[in-house]
Design a protein around this ligand. Structure first.
Ligand SMILES: [Zn+2]
Length: 85
């Protein structure tokens, strides 16, 4: 039985998720759950639509060195960015 996902993601995010899922050998739904935490921006080929559309002020948390975590509580996503790259 397949679990129906309750969150909605746009097409480009869905493609991104599928790509990441196949790379990580994980199921799409598992990956989506992780990807509400969107992961590290340094690994993105393109910026997810969700983030491109977001006009809110992001909450930045420094995770140490050049690694920062950005969160939008309105769009409900989190990603990390390593600015040392
Ligand atoms: Zn937002």
């Amino acid at each position: 039985m397949k679990t129906k996902l309750s969150i909605s993601i746009d097409q480009s995010t869905a493609n991104q998720v599928r790509k990441i899922a196949s790379k990580a050998n994980k199921s799409t739904s598992e990956t989506i759950q992780e990807l509400i935490h969107l992961g590290c921006a340094n690994g993105w080929e393109t910026e997810p639509e969700k983030i491109r559309r977001c006009t809110h002020e992001l909450i930045r948390t420094n995770l140490g060195n050049c690694l920062n975590e950005y969160t939008c509580n309105i769009c409900n996503y989190t990603y990390t960015l390593d600015s040392s790259d």
